[in-house]
Unconditional design. Structure first.
Length: 272
């Protein structure tokens, strides 16, 4: 009986040792697996070709064009990808307002585009025919001719700007800085009070002899020309209100001048 008891004690004592060995083997195996994964993740994958390239935002550029312009090849990796250089290269697309390139460790790339949005339209002669041209808020021509694409409004919904000489227009052409604030105001009014711009059929830029310009507005609901110094939301709202007031009192008005502190008008027998 004593022998049997001693044998059972030895078996019971050996069980924890076997469990310890099994746990040590499992832990060692797990450590090896993790080490291999870390080596692959940190030491190998970032140097391998990119596994995924995502393009978000503006979708008006072909994916192959984007990849080619960014200089991405089948050998480009996380570490070899230069985000700043790619941004500078992709900024050359005329329809692009801005672009950001993000590297996601260990082997992904994200390109985010912001497309230009039309704030005004005009017309220019190309090859003997008149075509529409579209400006963004910086006075950059980024589309000529047709108006496909959801990122653009239809020409009839945009303020039509005339009086600006556009010779041989091309994509990416930028108007002089003189007009910068004018197009920014068009964007602001179109965003905050689009009904004001909808009440104007045309805005004519009238250059002045010594730099600068004033504007001639053509309201939709009145056959009256309106001259103002500059365009902003308050001025436009006040101007349209006064046009209605003055027109109701004097139906024969042809033009109204708001460039001074006192508005004055011209009857149809005279002219601007």
């Amino acid at each position: 009986m004593a022998d049997n008891y001693m044998f059972e004690e030895e078996i019971a004592a050996s069980e924890p040792k076997r469990m310890e060995k099994v746990l040590k083997v499992l832990i060692l195996f797990a450590v090896l697996v993790i080490a291999v994964k870390l080596i692959w993740l940190i030491g190998i994958t970032p140097f391998r070709p990119l596994s995924r390239i995502d393009i978000a935002g503006y979708s008006g550029i072909n994916r192959e064009q984007v990849i080619a312009a960014a200089g991405i090849t089948s050998r480009t990796s996380f570490f070899s990808a230069n985000a700043r250089s790619m941004e500078q290269a992709l900024a050359g697309f005329p329809t692009i307002q801005s672009v950001r390139v993000f590297r996601h460790f260990p082997d992904r790339l994200l390109i985010v585009f912001e497309g230009r949005t039309a704030v005004a339209a005009s017309f220019a002669a190309i090859g003997g025919r008149t075509v529409p041209v579209f400006f963004d808020n910086s006075g950059v021509i980024f589309r000529i001719g047709g108006n496909e694409g959801a990122h653009l409004q239809q020409p009839r919904q945009l303020p039509i700007v005339s009086g600006i000489t556009i010779e041989n227009p091309y994509l990416g052409m930028r108007l002089p800085p003189l007009f910068g604030s004018f197009f920014r105001q068009l964007e602001h009014i179109g965003t905050t009070s689009p009904e004001l711009l909808a009440a104007i059929s045309e805005i004519r830029v009238n250059p002045q002899p010594f730099d600068g310009f004033d504007l001639i507005l053509y309201p939709v609901h009145r056959r009256i020309r309106v001259r103002i110094n500059e365009l902003n939301e308050d001025t436009l709202r006040y101007t349209l209100l006064m046009v209605d007031v003055l027109a109701s009192r004097e139906p024969g008005i042809e033009s109204i001048d708001f460039r001074s502190s006192i508005a004055w008008y011209v009857l149809r027998e005279a002219s601007f």
